[in-house]
Design a protein around this ligand. Structure first.
Ligand code: AMP
Ligand code: MG
Length: 330
């Protein structure tokens, strides 16, 4: 289908966003240098051909993403890693054997052919092989690695449904490949494999414990905000709804909660406007970003999020909750 665009008075491009369930149709847009959103097991991504710098620029423009925030390359097979990385250290090979395909991104030395815009000028590149069947079909149909950040407006919660993508990026991107709500709901684990020991730059569904079971030396990167960020995107405002986020241990009775939302593992006391009680940490992670968006639609002023233990997936969940709660201060 031909892409139709027109310009508004202030020169912003309005694009008709096609909704499709066909990976082949979505691939057609990407092959023509457009961008298309697609589901993965983590969150929805916004994909462009890794070797087309002009297409990658459209990702940054559509999202309003800062140019110093690198993108993750998505591949359809383990062999394809050689199209994006110039070296795969032994630690990375081990992690690939165990966790690919899946919600794990490995930071590796980048191949010279990768355009600088993809990695924000870094000499390294994040590489992931998603396991979602639609993502895999799309990648195979494109016959090229795709760069794909989360398919949200920069700073907003990552999209876990195609409707969330449409609400943020409808009219700004060529196509949305429609799938089910995502299985995990938080972004991939990012592990830097360029040093002596694997360093977890961003926690995710592949947990620190799982990584250490394969490579015991795996460590969490320090989160000293004054230090030069190893993972540049982490310094940016993230995951934030319009409502203020407050982290709580237990919802206390007596607080005025009429215009507040609550999400957590325990039934809260008090009369919240919107309540989501989750059966376990995995459900909490899966529901979190959509609950943020739901609260925004309901005009909720404050969202109370119950803290969880920082083991397993709890580490990633607490990381996102903390960033969302600090968003207003940045
Ligand atoms: P997103 O795709 O929106 O989840 O963001 C990708 C994130 O992955 C970035 O914000 C970085 O934190 C991290 N990342 C991607 N590529 C690299 C890289 N080459 N080095 C370090 N971190 C990276
Ligand atoms: Mg993102």
């Amino acid at each position: 289908m031909k892409q139709r665009t027109r310009k508004t008075q202030n020169d912003t491009q309005i694009t008709e966003t096609l909704l499709t369930k066909s990976p082949a149709e979505a691939a057609g847009f990407i092959k023509r240098g457009e961008v298309a959103a697609f589901p993965t097991e983590t969150v929805y991504g916004l994909g462009a051909d890794l070797f087309n710098a002009a297409a990658i620029e459209k990702i940054f423009a559509a999202k309003g993403r800062p140019q110093d925030n690198p993108l993750i390359a998505h591949i359809s097979s383990n062999e394809e890693i050689w199209r994006v990385a110039r070296e795969v250290p032994p630690t990375a090979s081990r992690l690939i054997e165990v966790f690919f395909p899946g919600p794990l991104t490995l930071v590796l030395p980048k191949d010279a052919d990768v355009p600088p815009i993809a990695t924000a000028g870094l000499d390294t590149i994040g590489v992931r092989r998603p396991r979602h069947p639609l993502a895999q079909e799309l990648l195979r149909a494109c016959r090229t690695p795709l760069v794909a950040p989360s398919a949200n407006l920069s700073g907003r919660p990552s999209p876990t449904t195609w409707q969330a993508v449409q609400s943020d990026l409808g009219g700004r991107i060529a196509c949305i490949l429609q799938g089910e709500p995502t299985e995990i709901g938080l972004e991939s684990t990012v592990v830097d494999c360029t040093g002596e020991q694997p360093l977890v730059l961003r926690a995710g569904a592949v947990t620190l414990e799982q990584l250490q079971a394969v490579i015991p030396e795996t460590r969490l990167a320090g989160h000293d905000p004054a230090a030069a960020p190893k993972s540049p995107g982490l310094k940016h405002r993230h995951y934030a709804p319009q409502a203020r986020i407050r982290l709580i241990d237990r919802a206390a009775p007596g607080v005025n909660t009429n215009n507040s939302g609550y999400i957590g593992l325990n039934q809260p006391e008090g009369s919240y406007k919107l309540v989501r009680v989750c059966g376990d940490t995995a459900e909490y992670a899966r529901e979190l970003f959509e609950f943020f968006r739901e609260c925004d639609r309901a005009g909720v002023a404050e969202i109370h999020c119950q803290r969880v233990g920082e083991e397993g997936l709890g580490l990633a969940l607490m990381d996102r909750l903390r960033r969302a709660s600090q968003a207003g201060e940045r």
